[in-house]
Design a protein around this ligand. Structure first.
Ligand code: ARG
Length: 399
C-alpha cells in the first residue's frame, strides 16, 4: 500500500477521517471550553454532515479511511491492545484501586467496544455495574460529572494528530491537554496496523508542541509551519531537524501567527487552492511574515534567514514569480465572520477543486470568481468545534 504526500493540492487519493460519535455527546456547558468546543453540537446532525463530507470525497474517487475502523483493527493486535490499555491506566488521576477496576472493565471489551471507550471515554456512572459501586477513595470522591477516562471530541480533526511528508508519517505532539491522548491512538495505528507495516516515521511525539494544522506542504520540498497558540518555535525546529535529516524538504518557512483561538493553526488563515494560489484571510494576508530555515551543512544547526513577507518568501522558496492570493473577504466584518467559520480552511481534492463549508457564501463566491471550483458541504454542527474540511482530513496519498 503506498502512502505519499508532497503537496497541498495534488490529486487526493486517500484520506484519514473520523466520523464523530458518542464522544460529542459528552460535551456539556460545563466542559465545552476545556474540551475546545464553542457550542454543544447536535450529534446526529453532525454525523449526517460528516457523512455528506465523506460522500463528497468518495464521489471524486477519494478513498476514505475511518480512524475508528483502523483503531478497531489495530486493537486486534495483542501488543497494540496492551500498549493502549496501559497508556490509559497510566493516568495519575486513577490511583491503584480504581486503576485495577478500570483494567478489569477494559479487559472484557472486544476490540470494537474498546475502541469505543478509547475515543468516547468512560463516564463516572458507566463504571457501576448494577448497584455495585467500585469502592476506593478516588472513585468515592470523584464528582459524578468527572470522567474516569476523558473523551476525545477533537479526534474529528484528524489533520492535527498526524501528518505525512512524502512517504514518512509524523505523529505530532498536541499542545492542549484535552487533545494529548489523541496521538496515542494515531501512533498505535501507524505502528501496528498491517496497512502501515514498514512505514517509516519522520516524527514521533516529543516534548515540543507540533500540530498538523500548522504544517502546509506548499510544494515538493517546501514546507510552511505556523507557530502560535499550538506549534511552538521549538516544535517547528524539531520538525525542521527531522525533515532535513531525512532529506524530505530543502526549505521550511516558519510563520508566526497570532496566539488566539481564531487563528489557532496556520490553516485557519491560509490554505492552498492551486499549485500557485493561496486562499488567505485578508485581515492578515499582507502582514504575515516568514523566517526561512534551510538545512545546515553536514549536520550543523539549520540556518535561519528573515523575516521577509510570507508571500514573497513562499514564492521564492517555491521557485515562482509570485503566489496568487485569493482574498476571502469583501468587507472586514464579513471576512472576520467567515474566517471564524473556517472559510479559509478548504481541502483541495486537486488543483482548483476544493471542499468548503457552504455557509461561507462570500468566500466561496470569491473562489468561484478566481476559477476555483468549490464543493460545498454542510457544517453547522461540525463547525462548533472550530474546524473545517482541511482540519477534518489527514491526506495519506496525493498524486
Ligand atoms: N487544523 C485545525 N485548524 N484544527 C482545528 C482544531 C479545532 C479543535 N477544537 C482545537 O481547538 O484543537
Amino acid at each position: 500500500m503506498s502512502h505519499y504526500v508532497d503537496s497541498e493540492v495534488g490529486r487526493l487519493g486517500s484520506v484519514l477521517v473520523h466520523r464523530p460519535g458518542p464522544e460529542l455527546a459528552r460535551l456539556t456547558p460545563r466542559n465545552n471550553d476545556s474540551l475546545l468546543f464553542d457550542a454543544i453540537p447536535w450529534v446526529g446532525r453532525a454525523q449526517e454532515e460528516h457523512d455528506g463530507f465523506a460522500d463528497a470525497l468518495r464521489a471524486r474517487g477519494v478513498e476514505v479511511l475511518y480512524l475508528t475502523d483502523l483503531l478497531t483493527e489495530t486493537l486486534a493486535v495483542a501488543d497494540a491492545r496492551h500498549e493502549l490499555t496501559e497508556q490509559v491506566l497510566d493516568s495519575p488521576r486513577l490511583g491503584d484501586t480504581l486503576r485495577a477496576r478500570v483494567a478489569a472493565h477494559l479487559s472484557y471489551l472486544d476490540p470494537a467496544a474498546l475502541a469505543g471507550v478509547l475515543v468516547a471515554g468512560l463516564a463516572h456512572e458507566e463504571l457501576r455495574i448494577g448497584r455495585d459501586r467500585p469502592g476506593g477513595l478516588v472513585y468515592t470522591l470523584m464528582d459524578r460529572h468527572d470522567f474516569v477516562i476523558e473523551p476525545l471530541p477533537n479526534l474529528l480533526f484528524t489533520r492535527d494528530s498526524s501528518l505525512w511528508i512524502r512517504d514518512r508519517v509524523g505523529v505530532t505532539s498536541l499542545a492542549m491537554p484535552a487533545r494529548r491522548r489523541e496521538t496515542t491512538l494515531t501512533d498505535a495505528i501507524y505502528r501496528h496496523h498491517p496497512r502501515f507495516a514498514n512505514t517509516e516515521f519522520v516524527y514521533r511525539p516529543e516534548l515540543e508542541h507540533l500540530e498538523g494544522g500548522d504544517v502546509l506542504l506548499l510544494a515538493p520540498g517546501v514546507l510552511a509551519v505556523g507557530v502560535g497558540e499550538r506549534t511552538t518555535p521549538a516544535g517547528a525546529e524539531r520538525l525542521a531537524r527531522r525533515v532535513f535529516a531525512a532529506e524530505l524538504a530543502h526549505t521550511i518557512l516558519v510563520v508566526p501567527i497570532a496566539q488566539e483561538r481564531a487563528t489557532m493553526h496556520l490553516d485557519t488563515i491560509c490554505t492552498m487552492v492551486d499549485v500557485d494560489a493561496v486562499l488567505m484571510y485578508p485581515n492578515v494576508a499582507t502582514s504575515l511574515s516568514a523566517y526561512t530555515v534551510i538545512a545546515g551543512a553536514d549536520g550543523d544547526d539549520p540556518r535561519v534567514d528573515g523575516p521577509a513577507p510570507f508571500l514573497r518568501a513562499a514564492a521564492d522558496a517555491m521557485d515562482l514569480d509570485q503566489l496568487r492570493v485569493i482574498d476571502t473577504g469583501l468587507d472586514p466584518v464579513t471576512a472576520e465572520r467567515e474566517q471564524w467559520d473556517d472559510g479559509n480552511n478548504t481541502l483541495a481534492l486537486a488543483p482548483r477543486l476544493c471542499v468548503g463549508y457552504e455557509r461561507n457564501i462570500e468566500t466561496n463566491a470569491q473562489l468561484e470568481r478566481a476559477g476555483i471550483e468549490i464543493i460545498p458541504i454542510a457544517g453547522s454542527e461540525l463547525g462548533s468545534g472550530r474546524g473545517g474540511p482541511r482540519c477534518m482530513s489527514c491526506p495519506l496519498l496525493r498524486g
